[in-house]
Write a protein that binds this ligand. Sequence first.
Ligand SMILES: [Zn+2]
Length: 445
Amino acid sequence: MKAKKHLSFTVLREMISDRVRSWTDHRRQKSTDHSVHDAVMSALACMFFQEPSLLQFQRSMEECTHQNNLRTLFGVQNIPSSNTLKEILDDQDARLFNPIGKDIVQRLQRGNQLSQFKLIPGWTVCSIDATQYHSSASIRCQQCLTKQHADNPVIYQHFALQAALMHPDVRQVIPVLAEPIQNQDGTNKQDCETNAGKRLIPQLRQQFPRMGLIITGDDLFSRQPMIETVLENKFHFFFVAKPASHGYMMEWLDTYESLHELRDVDDKGRTIIYQWMNDVPLHGGKNAIRVNYFCKKVITLAPDGTQKSCRTASWVTDLEVSCKNVALFARGAKTRWKIENECFNTLKNQGYQLTHNYGHGEKHLSFNFYQLTLLAFTLHQISELCDIAFKACRKKAGSKRNLWEKFRTFINVAVFQTWEQLLSYYLNYDEYNIINGFVVKRPPP
Ligand SMILES: [Zn+2]
């Protein structure tokens, strides 16, 4: 039971190691004991196993067995102290992670894993959404955004704008690039999601020169400057367009006798109405860009046949909307909740402890921990997509939480020579013994 070779954990981990080995050690007093590689890979391992005390456990294991799982699974030669790790990571420019993300996407493409993510031929939904990963009244750095209500204390925060590939029918999401929303050096003005968006879009194009992406995002992005940035970079878009923030466009739409319409009944018996109109002005200003509007109404009827509720979601796009594609576009546009549900909530609630304070630092530490967490999450998503043994483990464990609890227990009691051995051990306990902290295959009877 093997994963697709170039997408197996071990091969991806080695690729990450190779990239990280080229990073420069910026510390003034360089310690030869702990390399940048060992610090970064140790931190990644903590995120991967969602175990803040991983380093401590593995250090004790090293004392007993002269081996540890950080070395065998993550290529760490010397386990750094938590302070050394933070010191090294604080100095590393967060953009160093970008080539790793690019490499992962290329491998997924080569392994034909991204074809299932295409919404329409050649085009994949790439959602961009902001998440908060730090909030404190005391822990802060120069880059922190600040918030203060009335006489309450100032709150220091960090957010990231995360881009991720997704498809309505695929449970996994693939994070591809993140842009920090934080105050830049030498400016007094607070950074914001929209500005981060304008920085992220050109980077996405640079990172993936030939990829067809349909950028999806919330109402904040359905404004002319952002749409122009998206189009200049040769992407398509589905942006939420709330009536309240698009008054002129809604009035314009009202002047039509009727909009194009398609009716359907969903599997819960609710009436679904899609409406659309191509080539409408986004706003009433000079040089208003023309967009294509579409919406989805979900109508629930009470038992007596009267209308109980009606939910409407509306978007704008540059793609021409028709009766053939409106339902698909609405599904594609709606997948953006996935990044919140599948990615951020998982990160926050299922043990990744994204907001747990691993350390804040003064320069890049906070965002680098975020990037490492996302990288660990990406490795998990790839395992779920194409590692047959991992999928079998997941099934055996029942829940994600249970699976990782098991893995954490195993790596604290025994040294596994490879990730594959760890998976195999869980799937076939009766084929192994643990002797003096090492996993040994039982001889055949
Ligand atoms: Zn900060």
